[in-house]
Design a protein around this ligand. Sequence first.
Ligand code: ADP
Length: 721
Amino acid sequence: MIPDIVEGALDKTETGLRAILAAQARVRVVIAVPVVLVEAYLYLASTEGVAGRLFALTLGYCAYVVAMHVLVHYRKSVPAHYLLVASAVLDPLALSAWLVVMGEYGSIMVGFYLFTILGFGFRTGRPLMHLCQLTAIASFLLVFLSVPYWQANPTVWVALMLPLVVVPMYAGVLIKTLRESREHAERESQAKSALLAKVSHELRTPLTGIISATELLAAEVGYETVTRRTDTILTLSNELLREINELLDVAKFGSRAAQLESAPFDLAEKMQMVHDALAPSAAKKGTSFCVALDPAITDRVEADAHHLGRVLLNLAGNAVKFTERGQVNVAVDLLEETPLEYRLRFSVEDTGIGIPESFHGSIFQPFAQVDQGPGRRFGGTGLGLAFSRQIVELMGSELLFESKPGKGSRFWFEVNLARSAAVEESFDATPSTPASSDADRLRILVAEDNETNLMLLHELLVGDGHEVTTCASGMAALDALAEQDFDLLLLDYNLGDMDGVRLLQTYRFGRIDAAPAMFLTADTSQQTAIRLRECGAVGVMYKPITLARLRMAIRDLGKVADPGAVLDVSDPTPPVDAGPRQTRPVLTAIVASPIDASVIEELKQVSSRPEFFPNLLLEACNDIRRNVGQISAALAERHYAAVRDAAHALKGVSGDVGAVRLVALAGNLMAATREELETAHLRWSADLAEATRVTVIALQKELPEGAVALSADASASLQLD
Ligand code: ADP
């Protein structure tokens, strides 16, 4: 009901309105000092009756000033717009009280009515201005009626009353015009910023494609001339991408559109990203660049990962830009922790040129840059810090800095971030048979987010006498890797919280005795093959994993001379997509029987424990059901990256239990183009549901007599519409 009472305020939030009240409270305090002095003088020179009233008025006015100050600063429970309305009435009343007491001397004070009225007009808009004006007119009328001086000089009274009536009306028209032109300018600027954001976003999408394609080209072609040219393309494209990202920041800053979205993410990954983005430019200048994450931060945190990343990149980017030699340190320290949240300090410190004292006051102003003198150009827009401060404030904190010219700078902020679901504990799956001194026995870490695969790998490896630690997530694997040493790492390429490559890179960072790592994946695309080859794994195993392949891979470990070489232990024909992909009909490779009997036979031999096989089938059915559900939901929502991820998981788990029909379908889904998925998504879902139904029935038939049957529930929920 009240909001438009402050139609002219730039910031109509409670904080914005309190800022107006605080400014008014300051003016009142400033006015109170001369008033008390003048009144003290008048008091000494006046008759006794006047002196008593002056004394009472001074006390009353001081009480009003103090009360408003307390209400504005310390009683946040009283809404700001109530206080504004109250002060719009009380300010002119206080002035009128003076006029009554001061008699003829009051005429010198009448101008303050206009001062108060126009002050409300320009700060809060017309409604409060007119309220203040009406109170002033009414109370000045009362002054006329109660003070003999004004009754004796009605012309003077009218001459002073007229501006009180006319000037605020005229000011009201001006304020309205001003407001309209400001709104018009804001709308235009927002439209321009939105256009800028859209254009730069549209530019970024194809550019990332150009960069990826060039990276692939560089990896595939060995000619030096081609490599040189791809390097040039990559350098220029990355430069362009950086400019476009900056442009996006500018647009977002201009349109005040930055809105934070909170989601769980991995701080280690974010820090790695900052490192990967800036370490090369720092290295080129000979500056050392370090990122450090407090090891006590074990959980993922909830925040806007994208914007936090932009702030860190801005601050660390500046540190690198303005540091010619020495070092740049980016750190995240744990200050306090509760079971629900962390209090963290993010800081970026450099030993660069520093910031002159005279610039400290304006450093966060948009477009502010230190003049580095002739011939020195550092580029940039001067918006990075303004943008970063805005984001940090939206996160409920303050961006602070200290700097000494010639010595360096330090920027930091402290925030409370919610801890996301605690990282799963890795459990030690040491075999029940006591460890022997057999040299072939390896300590193996298996990181895999798919329960079926995890069970299977665990059983296969333990059966061969290895000491196995299983981890269902990347973070759990990192924890396990920090705590103990391993002889071999078997890493799923697609872990839920991070990909296996990132896990391997984080584990290897700064380690000289890193254990060899082998990837497990159902993704047979060439792109993935190249990425795996480049990250330094000793091997890649394509799912489904069999005991024979595992044994072969482990046996051949010792033979790998070049740890960068990929030891492909998949089928002899590498399952790599070759040549341009043909548009395929939705269903091609439908195999007559939904499951491969030989795989089932092999699984039955894996373990001597009777419960292993039925448990594995049950777990596999649960996983299949979950993945198929995810695919159907993602297809319906046209979320094709999620379709691909879930299809990848489905392919893995189906391969484990020989569900060949589902493997073929999942493979087709992974290879399908966007258009193929879009045009035939209903058919994909129907085919998946049918394949799942027949697969579950076939798996059920494999269960030994007396084993827990796949519950009706499980198979019923596999029926997808
Ligand atoms: P930009 O880096 O695009 O110029 P910023 O808003 O990020 O814009 O920074 C504004 C200015 O503040 C910079 O141009 C530079 O003069 C100064 N500045 C920021 N960070 C540092 C730093 N770490 N060392 C020295 N000067 C800095």
